[in-house]
Design a protein around this ligand. Structure first.
Ligand code: 5GP
Length: 116
């Protein structure tokens, strides 16, 4: 069994977070250390540590993460200008929290993808 992270506590409302959306499959909240004017994290309510742990049974929740990203991008006013969706995996990917999460970044030109 994978170990829970702080994100499980955010899902259960056991610690404070600026939650902007929640349903039966996913939760979305503002990143505590925003790297852009809009920086949301969209996560499945079930604990999937990394993309390497994804199974077919997770497809509904993972698909919902994208439809919620689309909805929130519109609500945050960044849909038209555009935004970036990122999932980091393991150490080389820069993953810090081992509960899979989709970053939604926008609100300014993000430039080319920065490596290293
Ligand atoms: P990663 O590097 O794993 O892809 O991204 C983890 C993200 O989670 C980081 O952008 C970090 O700022 C954010 N984060 C870490 N702990 C917390 C927290 O307790 N609350 C919120 N809202 N964001 C967090």
């Amino acid at each position: 069994m994978a170990e829970e992270t702080i994100f499980s506590k955010i899902i259960r409302k056991e610690i404070d977070a600026d939650v902007v959306y929640q349903d039966d499959l996913v939760t979305a909240f503002r990143d505590i250390n925003p790297r852009a004017p809009v920086h949301l994290l969209i996560i499945p309510n079930v604990l999937i540590p990394t993309v390497n742990d994804v199974e077919a049974e997770h497809e509904l929740a993972l698909g919902r993460m994208i439809t919620v990203a689309k909805k929130l991008a519109k609500e945050e006013g960044v849909a038209e200008d555009g935004y970036r969706l990122i999932i980091n995996c393991n150490s080389h990917g820069g993953q810090e929290v081992y509960h899979i999460h989709l970053h939604l970044l926008g609100g300014k030109p993000l430039g080319p993808i920065h490596i290293g």
